[in-house]
Design a protein around this ligand. Structure first.
Ligand code: HAM
Length: 423
């Protein structure tokens, strides 16, 4: 029997879990403020949901298996395909636009390293059925609001348009997928070989120059020149999107025509967020406008969305020293001497029933060991239950942050305990 956890998976201890939940709660709250509602889809899906369109990036990375009935299944590597399946089966009956988010674990068979795992958590949001400009602006604005709400500031938001590249390549989907894949991976020898195979060697230079274009509106004009013959529709669209995002208070956007994205379903605006503090795996979020409903046999409908890697946004917050609102134990109850056990347990019950988080020694330790423990678990208040104070109808309450001690009646203790300081 192996007692090690599988490669690329994580255990999360209480402190880390509290930080993850804090970030998750902030992301959920931001989504609710934007009118997104939560949905949930299965962790396992039919394999062909992903092989149909997600592209080589995903297909090579799937955890797939046959179930006992011989069906080909896969652990979900992302949410988007599942949400579109759900949309076509049921959500399409809801009033449009559909604005939904999901949080959960996804699985990719990747080479693990810091920030890159085989099981990780995504926070995913999608808008289906809103006109492209309105839907894209809402989605980009939510992603930026998520970062602002968590408090992560040292980030680069980069926005591009994959549709222009696809129009320029004018290739059958499979060939186009390969070229886009190698561009995304910046694997230039493989790109060269693929273009040569397709008889398009002359495109290598303009493509490589194109994906280096990054900056203000000037890069859109340069991009249009490089992709000669394709027109400017996508670039004009990005300008209109930037103008609409200004109305959301989003001021500084960097255009980056090198945002290519690893998934095959993107067809329009694409965007990514990096945290330069994270080293190699610095992309905390990726998304864009895509066309999957058609691929799954549905009617065309505008679709756009994004996903944050929860693990990476937590790492980014930690790297910036962001103080996260992590809940702490309000009261740790310490009986002073064996005869106080009964009274201490009564006080514990009263506190817990009043909505105060409270704990008590289970190991029969003395007061000083108990205070060490209370400090170690970062409790806020130690409630010392001693005979002398009890006779006055009070307990001694020690603030474990300031070290200050005072005597309080139980009602006053409860009132104090529920006034939790903001993180
Ligand atoms: P993605 O870029 O493949 O997009 O993943 C989104 C985010 O998940 C990445 O930006 C990254 O933060 C995180 N991530 C990806 N792989 C790993 C990994 N191995 N370990 C830890 N974190 C990782 C999508 O999944 C699209 N479905 C997003 C989307 C939604 N597009 C439209 N709607």
């Amino acid at each position: 029997m192996s007692v090690e956890r599988p490669r690329g998976t994580n255990d999360y201890g209480p402190e880390e879990m509290a930080r993850r939940r804090a970030v998750e709660a902030i992301l959920r709250e931001a989504a609710h403020r934007f009118g997104f509602r939560e949905v949930s889809t299965p962790t396992i899906e039919h394999l062909d949901l992903f092989t149909t369109k997600s592209g080589p990036g995903i297909v090579e990375e799937l955890y797939s298996f046959k179930d006992k009935g011989g069906r080909d299944l896969a652990l979900r590597p992302e949410f988007t395909a599942s949400i579109v399946r759900f949309y076509l089966a049921e959500l399409r009956n809801l009033p449009k636009p559909i604005k939904v988010y999901s949080v959960g674990n996804v699985f990719r068979y990747e080479e693990p390293q810091k920030g890159r795992y085989r099981e990780f958590t995504q926070f995913n949001a999608e808008v289906i059925g809103a006109p492209a400009l309105q839907g894209d602006a809402e989605v980009v604005a939510l992603a930026i609001e998520c970062l602002r709400s968590v408090g992560v500031r040292d980030v680069h938001v980069r926005i591009g348009h994959i549709g222009m590249l696809r129009a320029f390549l004018k290739l059958p989907p499979e060939d186009q997928g390969k070229v886009v894949h190698w561009l995304d991976k910046r694997n230039f020898p493989a790109l060269k070989a693929e273009l040569a195979r397709l008889g398009l060697a002359s495109l290598e230079t303009p493509l490589r120059q194109y994906i280096e274009l990054k900056g203000g509106t000037e890069v859109l004009d340069k991009g249009a020149k490089l992709l000669s013959g394709v027109g400017t529709e996508g670039f004009e669209y990005l300008k209109a999107l930037a103008a609409r995002l200004k109305l959301y208070g989003v001021e500084h956007l960097t255009y980056d025509l090198g945002v290519v994205r690893g998934l095959d379903y993107y067809t329009g605006m694409v965007f990514e967020v990096d945290s330069p503090n994270l080293g190699a795996e610095k992309q905390v979020m990726g998304g864009g406008a895509y066309s999957l409903a058609e691929v799954f046999g549905g009617d065309p409908v505008p679709q756009t969305g994004f996903a944050f890697g929860l693990d990476r946004i937590v790492l980014a917050a930690e790297a910036e020293g962001v103080k996260l609102p992590v809940p702490r134990l309000d009261c740790y109850v310490v009986p002073i001497g064996e005869p106080m056990q009964t009274k201490a347990l009564e006080i514990l019950q009263t506190l817990r029933r009043a909505g105060v988080s409270a704990d008590i020694d289970l190991l029969g330790r003395g007061p000083s060991k108990n205070l060490d423990y209370a400090n170690a678990i970062r409790a806020r208040l130690a409630v010392l239950v001693g005979d002398a104070e009890l006779k006055k109808g009070r307990v001694a309450v020690k603030d474990l942050d300031s070290g200050k001690q005072e005597e309080l009646a139980l009602e006053a203790l409860i009132a104090r305990a529920v006034q939790r300081p903001k993180a």
